[in-house]
Design a protein around this ligand. Structure first.
Ligand code: UDP
Length: 422
C-alpha cells in the first residue's frame, strides 16, 4: 500500500454538502466543518473524498477542491431538496450508491468519518458490510435538541436510537466541546469512546480586515455602534431574543445605532418563514430604520462584516459548537452569546465576550450595552478573543488532531463489500 492509499478517508455528510453556498436553509456549520476539515487533511497528505446527497440536477456529480480533495454527490431519493427530517427513508439508496461508487472506482474506504446522525446510520451499514472503521461527529444531539423544541418530528425515536448505537459502536466519537461530551455521557450513553477535538476557523481569512477598511467597504461611519448577527434563519437561533434586546438597549433611538442580521432565506421555505417573522418583530418594535438584512454573505465577504462590528451576538437556544462565535473572535470582535453548549467553551465570559442565559432579553440587552458603552474594554475583549482562537481553533490545528486520531485507529483489512446491482 502506498502512502496515499494508507491515508485515504471518506467524509460522509449526507445532508450537508461541503461544496455549496453556506448560510441558506440547512447549510451552515456542518458544511463549513466538512469542507475545511477535508481541505486541511488534504494539505496534510490525506486523500479525501467527501460524500453528500445530490439535491439538484444542475449540480456536478464531482467537485474538485484540490488535487487530493473532492466532493462526490450521490443520488438518494429524488434529486431535489428534502428537509433533513425526511431523509431517513432514502439512506439505503445512499448506501447502495456509495458501494457502487467504490466498485466503479475499484476502491474500498476502510476509514470513514460521518457527520450528523443520518450519516452515522450510513456509516454503521458500511461498517457491517465491509468492516470500515467509523469516526463520528454529531453536530447536533437529538437528546438535547428535542428538549428545546415544541414539536418533535416523527423521525425522533429513530434518531435517538441511532445516536445511541453510533456512540456505543463507533471506533471513535469526536465531540467538538467538553460540554457536548458531557451531554453525550449524561443523555445518550456511558459506553463508547469520545475524543474532544474542537471545530476550527480560517484564522487568515477572519481577522485580515481592520475596522476602518471594513467600515469603508460597507459604508458604515466610524461613530456607528454596530451589532451583528450571522447565521441561518431558524427559530432556535434566537434572533428574536437579539432583536428584542436591541430594542431594550440604552442606545435605542440613537441615529448611529445599527443592527445587521446576515444570512440567507428562501421564500416558501422554513428559513423564509422565520425571516418574515423576524422582520415583523423588527417593524413592531419600530426598528426598521436601524436594521439591515443584507441576505446571505459569502465566506469571502464575511471578514468585512465581522471586522466592522462592535459586537457579534450569538443568541442560540442551543449550540453544540457555534462557528460564528469563533469567526467573530478571530476577527477581533467580542461576542455576546447564550450561556449554552459549545459557546461556554469558545467564549470566555468577561474575557473574550459575555455569556447570557438563552432567551433572556434583558440579560442580552445589558451585555450588549456593557460592550458598546465601553469601547476600550470592547477592544480588549476583541484582542483576547483573537488570541484564544489562534491558540485553540485553527483548522490546521484541528485537522492535525483529527489526522493523529485517524492514524491511531489504523484500520485493519476490510471485507469485500456486497454490491447491489442497479
Ligand atoms: N454563514 C455564511 N454566510 C451567511 C450566514 C452564515 O457563510 O450569510 C456561515 C457562517 O460563517 C458559519 C456557518 O454558516 O461558518 C454557521 O455555522 P454555525 O456553527 O454558527 O451554525 P449552524 O449553521 O451549524 O447551526
Amino acid at each position: 500500500m502506498n502512502l496515499a492509499t494508507e491515508q485515504r478517508i471518506a467524509l460522509i455528510s449526507v445532508h450537508g454538502d461541503p461544496a455549496i453556498e453556506i448560510g441558506k436553509e440547512e447549510a451552515g456549520g456542518q458544511n463549513v466543518y466538512v469542507r475545511h476539515v477535508g481541505e486541511a487533511l488534504a494539505e496534510l497528505g490525506w486523500q479525501v473524498d467527501m460524500f453528500t446527497r445530490k439535491v439538484d440536477v444542475e449540480q456536478e456529480d464531482i467537485v474538485w477542491h484540490s488535487p487530493n480533495c473532492r466532493t462526490i454527490r450521490l443520488k438518494a431519493g429524488n434529486v431535489d431538496f428534502v428537509p433533513r427530517d425526511n431523509l431517513f427513508e432514502h439512506l439505503p439508496e445512499f448506501v447502495d450508491n456509495f458501494l457502487k461508487f467504490q466498485q466503479d472506482n475499484e476502491t474500498i474506504y476502510s476509514l470513514i468519518h460521518t457527520n450528523y446522525w443520518l450519516s452515522s446510520w450510513v456509516g454503521m451499514q458500511l461498517r457491517q458490510k465491509q468492516g470500515s472503521h467509523i469516526v463520528h461527529t454529531y453536530h447536533s444531539l437529538g437528546a438535547v435538541k428535542y428538549n428545546t423544541v415544541k414539536t418533535v418530528p416523527l423521525v425522533a425515536s429513530t434518531r435517538l436510537i441511532t445516536e445511541k448505537q453510533i456512540l456505543e459502536t463507533a471506533q471513535r466519537i469526536v465531540a467538538t466541546s467538553p460540554q457536548e461530551q458531557e451531554h453525550m455521557r449524561t443523555l445518550v450513553s456511558t459506553k463508547g469512546y469520545i475524543d474532544v477535538i474542537p471545530c476550527g476557523t480560517d484564522i487568515e481569512r477572519f481577522g485580515c480586515v481592520d475596522r476602518k477598511t471594513a467600515r469603508n467597504e460597507l459604508g458604515i461611519n466610524s461613530e456607528t455602534k454596530l451589532v451583528l448577527y450571522v447565521g441561518r434563519f431558524d427559530q432556535r437561533k434566537g434572533i428574536e431574543t437579539l432583536v428584542r434586546a436591541v430594542g431594550q438597549s440604552k442606545l435605542f433611538g440613537r441615529e448611529d445605532f445599527k443592527l445587521m442580521i446576515c444570512g440567507g432565506s428562501r421564500p416558501g421555505h422554513s428559513d423564509g418563514d422565520e425571516c418574515e417573522r423576524i422582520k415583523k418583530i423588527v417593524a413592531e418594535l419600530g426598528m426598521t430604520q436601524m436594521t439591515e438584512f443584507p441576505g446571505r454573505i459569502s465566506q469571502e465577504d464575511l471578514p468585512f462584516y465581522y471586522g466592522a462590528a462592535d459586537v457579534c451576538v450569538v443568541p442560540s437556544h442551543y449550540e453544540p459548537f457555534g462557528l460564528v462565535a469563533i469567526e467573530a473572535m478571530a476577527s477581533f470582535t467580542p461576542v455576546v452569546a447564550s450561556d449554552v453548549g459549545g459557546l461556554q467553551f469558545t467564549v470566555v465570559n468577561e474575557e473574550t465576550g459575555l455569556l447570557a442565559p438563552p432567551q433572556d432579553v434583558p440579560a442580552f440587552a445589558n451585555a450588549i450595552d456593557r460592550i458598546l458603552l465601553d469601547a476600550q474594554w470592547g477592544e480588549e475583549l476583541g484582542q483576547a478573543a483573537r488570541k484564544r482562537v489562534e491558540n485553540k481553533f485553527s483548522w490546521d490545528g484541528v485537522a492535525m488532531q483529527l489526522g493523529e486520531l485517524y492514524k491511531k485507529l489504523s484500520p485493519q483489512s476490510v471485507k469485500q463489500p456486497m454490491v447491489v446491482n442497479s
